[in-house]
Design a protein around this ligand. Structure first.
Ligand code: ADP
Length: 328
């Protein structure tokens, strides 16, 4: 059976980008068609300045939101990365397989390191090496597929290179996985700055829609979205990034084509109203299930405990074999 692994960082509240770019696919298809593991990758949240209590709170909240979004522990494994030691055990072996040059080429590293330096901060070594830990997250489970948004495609490519290199040097130890990108909304952009992605670790602005936003908040944010000069609704990422972002969001919510949708709107106002309504409808069941889960916190604890146990039992033989293969 196909095995799938994917993860989410507890660096902020989950956004519409996380949902449309990744989580919805996990819920609607992945957990039903494969042996799927979904992980709150808390170690990745330590690569930049963080507040320990907040990381703990956000990890739990992310796990709760994944269940609220519809991940079903009867169909998939939901767990927290730091509960399973195999990730860091394997990461070291992969660090001995990667080169510093290939790490410095990672776009996310360049962007995030530049942001840290611009605000006078120092760049943690783990920010450079985190794609190796991500490779370990994936390879420890022998995943065939990694459903991710567009921003993570380069890291999955690195994972493939490291797996193939390790296999070639030390004998077959890892499945070489492939990234699976959504066809629509692979990169949801910030409503206020449609040239930058809607990221949960960015400062909270009205350009970011969170999964738990109340309907009136969603409406306000979408109605205030930056649109482009001119008045025609065209699907054109370069020329009309704001309108195109709204079309992609509406298309993803309604399972329609953004190009067809563009042809059916004559004004920005109508497009915004329909997009806001569609997002509210999309998020309604998530908010309702979230409220029910919050009333029963013991359930989330139990899901995460059982998830870690299952993940450990899958990862340990692979990681032990990799240690033997490399000569330890
Ligand atoms: P973030 O960048 O919000 O911190 P993560 O790195 O935790 O998100 O990624 C979780 C998943 O959500 C990944 O598969 C990532 O590709 C996807 N994702 C994150 N932001 C977006 C976005 N704006 N549009 C589409 N997918 C996204």
């Amino acid at each position: 059976m196909t095995r799938i692994f994917s993860g989410i960082k507890p660096t902020g509240h989950l956004t519409l980008g996380n949902y449309l770019g990744a989580v919805r696919q996990w819920v609607d298809t992945d957990q039903h068609r494969a042996e799927a593991l979904f992980c709150v990758v808390d170690l990745h949240a330590l690569t930049v300045e963080h507040d320990p209590a907040r990381v703990r709170r956000l990890s739990r909240q992310a796990a709760t939101l994944l269940l609220a979004a519809g991940l079903d522990p009867a169909h998939c494994t939901v767990f927290v990365q730091s509960h399973v030691d195999e990730h860091t055990r394997l990461a070291y072996l992969l660090e001995c397989t990667a080169t510093d040059g290939e790490m410095r080429r990672m776009i996310q590293y360049k962007e995030k390191a530049a942001r840290e330096r611009a605000t006078g901060g120092s760049v943690r070594l783990s920010l450079l090496t985190y794609p190796v830990l991500m490779a370990a997250d994936i390879l420890a489970y022998g995943a065939d597929e990694v459903p991710v948004g567009d921003d993570q495609a380069q890291h999955v490519e690195l994972t493939r290179d490291l797996a193939a290199r390790f296999n070639q040097r030390y004998g077959h130890a890892f499945t070489v996985p492939r990234a699976v990108l959504p066809t629509v909304a692979a990169r949801v952009m910030d409503l206020q700055d449609p040239t930058s992605k809607m990221g949960k670790s960015h400062a909270e602005t009205s350009g970011i829609v969170y999964l738990l936003d109340e309907p009136d908040v969603v409406h306000k944010k979408v109605m205030r979205a930056v649109t482009d000069s001119g008045s025609e609704v065209t699907y054109d990422r370069e020329g009309q990034p704001g309108v195109t972002n709204l079309l992609e969001i509406l298309a993803a919510c309604t399972h329609r084509s953004p190009v067809e949708l563009a042809a059916s709107y004559a004004s920005y106002g109508a497009l915004k109203r329909d997009t806001a309504d569609a997002v509210v409808e999309l998020l309604r069941p998530v908010r309702e299930r979230h409220a029910r889960l919050c009333a029963d916190p013991g359930h989330v604890d139990e899901v995460l405990r059982a998830g870690a146990e299952q993940a450990r039992s899958l990862a340990r033989p692979t990681v032990d074999a990799a240690y033997r293969a490399i000569g330890l």
